[in-house]
Write a new protein. Sequence first.
Lengths: 460, 271
Amino acid sequence: MIKTPRTKMREQDSQERIDNFLEVALGYSLEEARQEAMRCIDCKNPKCVLACPVRVKIPEFMKLLLEDALDESFHTIYEDNILPSICGRVCPQESQCEGACILGIKSEPVSIGALERFVGDYGMEKGLANTGKPESNGIKVAVVGSGPAGLANAASLRKKGYDVTIFEALHDYGGVLKYGIPDFRLPKEIVTNEIDNLKDLGVKFVKNAVIGKSLTIDQLFEDNYQSIFIGSGAGLPSALGVPGENLNGVYYANEFLTRVNLMKSRTKEFSKTPIKLGDNIAVVGGGNVAMDAARTAKRLGAKNVFILYRRGREGLPARLEEIHHAEEEGIDFRLLTNPIEIIGENRIVKQVRCEHMKLGEPDSSGRRRPLPTGEYSTYDIDNIIISIGQKPNPILKDNTLGLETQPWGGIITDEFQMTSIPGVFAGGDVVTGAATVILAMGAGKDAAHHMHEYLQTKQQ
Amino acid sequence: MYKITKKKVLNEAVDLMHIEAPLVAKNAQPGHFVIVRVDKDGERIPLTIAGMDGDQVHIIYQKLGYSTQLLGEKQEGDFVEDFVGPLGKAAHIRDKKHVVGVAGGVGSAPLLPQLKAYAEQGTKVTLILGGRNKDYIILRDQYAPFCENIIITTDDGSLGQKGLVTDALKPLLEKDKSIDHVIAIGPVIMMKFVTLMAKEHEKTIDVSLNPIMIDGTGMCGNCRVSIGGDTYFACIDGPDFPGEEVDFDELMSRQNYYKDQEHDCYMRLKR
Ligand SMILES: Cc1cc2nc3c(=O)[nH]c(=O)nc-3n(C[C@H](O)[C@H](O)[C@H](O)COP(=O)(O)OP(=O)(O)OC[C@H]3O[C@@H](n4cnc5c(N)ncnc54)[C@H](O)[C@@H]3O)c2cc1C
Ligand code: FES
């Protein structure tokens, strides 16, 4: 049985897809899903479950799928993961569930992500997540930010009966899922659908509300919110710190992706928030954000798009699938190449100068440390997109007296996810620094549990 | 959706609006700004808060580009799609004896609450209002109750003295030694030259910067400005900065990077 090869997901042809923003991976048919689920050998101690940050009961949902009990299969996932259609698409499965799959030792692991996506999409189509509005217990709770952490927190608390309101700074909900991750990887209808599910549950949404500015944490308490969850993410772009970073034509990935995703600009079409992009584009960084920026640039018509990354291939933190897709789409990887200066002419970017690196001993991250070689190259470019990480936004910290943070801006929490302010909890990227959707979602859900306990004790 | 409760045309290019926005009005202070999105697919436009009363926030805008033109087409009783704030840091009202406020065109709007705050703390205030012609001199009457000395300059001499704001500022700084601070708000080129003049006379100066912004919450980095050689995000660290430290040339070039696209937008509206 182990010999059966993996069932590959159908994909849009790489030459066609670089001209559109439609999803690259097309998903399984029911037949394909069954065929793939059949490969699971149903281990006694399933390692995949332990490797999942939210412990989705993986063998169980696959068994139900094979028994044609698709509704039950969906509910099995949904108990632990309220965003299966999203996580099936964007989780780094190779370092989580699929990385732990026993089959992976001798052959290829079960395509757990693709199966989660299949069951999630089935449930979405059938509206299975819509379980009606639980009765309100009249206790008001506020959630700051509508990314995966805030959404998961709100859903869990609403199901426990709380009167939950999400406050979002932007004009649209979903956090990075809306403004960061592009449609070709995560169609925006899926995110909107998840938000609608929460609305149906009775979660209230307030947009254009910057907590710390429009309303402070103190004012939320004055308005009778009994507990607050902060899921404000890590939205502040990190600087490269090289000369020339403020030249025209130098973008942070956030600006670039926000213009395209949230503000809907495409170079070929008319947009009120346009994006200016030339033919030769350098993208600095090796994570998901860098891959998204590079592949978006290609779709906007850039001729040569290359990644500049100071480590080697093994060091690339992006999902494996995205690296493959980027390569298929003709993105050039210039590895062990570290940008040291951005050069302009009349204040417009023209070139990037890089130092070539070699690999040394492993560093604290366990990856081999890149070392300078003293050899340099200069590349001609029209734009450069910096995607080397994000830090938590300082607005809440700067406007909330007594909210303790790490030197890099992360909110400090105790083992119950409570911050230095009683009744205020936090989770997701704002606590961990830029991480993953599944970790943020898990943190939001766990915090709901701690908030429930806190509120119950408080009510007594 | 946010209701336009009042609209007044100040001149052919500039309107005043009152918008009902309790979440913005609650904590708004002089120096803060808002981001407005006129309709569903609209651009996010930053506008400095010109005043507030109760749940109402006052904005004054010049119909320069596509989106401000579109806003100008809205009437009393209509709605705008999004209205978020107060954003940025409130203006730092310093301990000064005599402050000269210099405003160019619509810069008169953001300057008003700041200069008023100075007057209220007992600082002597002098105002220079500059504009292309007499129609571009706005809000003079609102300044009058707390500001005795108002000097007006117009490019064509249709009101006040003919010339630039710096022509009026120079003799003032030379003559009146009690002046210890200047605030300049207006076109970048104006702020640049006012800053040079203030520096020459060894006066401190605050300016209000208006780079291109998208989110206005510190997320995109498009609004970055160089202050004293370091990079700051105008939307969260500003928009007010000490003029002496600002790299005005960089700001001007960054503002111009999207000029041709803006023109394209504008032409579509006219069609
Ligand atoms: C381009 C890109 C690609 C990515 N790809 C992947 C991937 O493939 N797989 C993966 O697992 N992860 C990926 N990530 C990371 C993942 O998206 C994040 O880890 C996750 O979204 C964090 O969730 P969050 O809820 O903590 O924060 P966010 O998603 O950042 O949401 C925070 C929300 O809070 C709002 N907010 C901030 N401050 C305030 C305030 N003061 N008041 C009100 N609202 C506020 C923000 O506007 C935002 O909407 C990617 C990230 C990016 C940027
Ligand atoms: S406007 Fe986006 S960071 Fe300031």
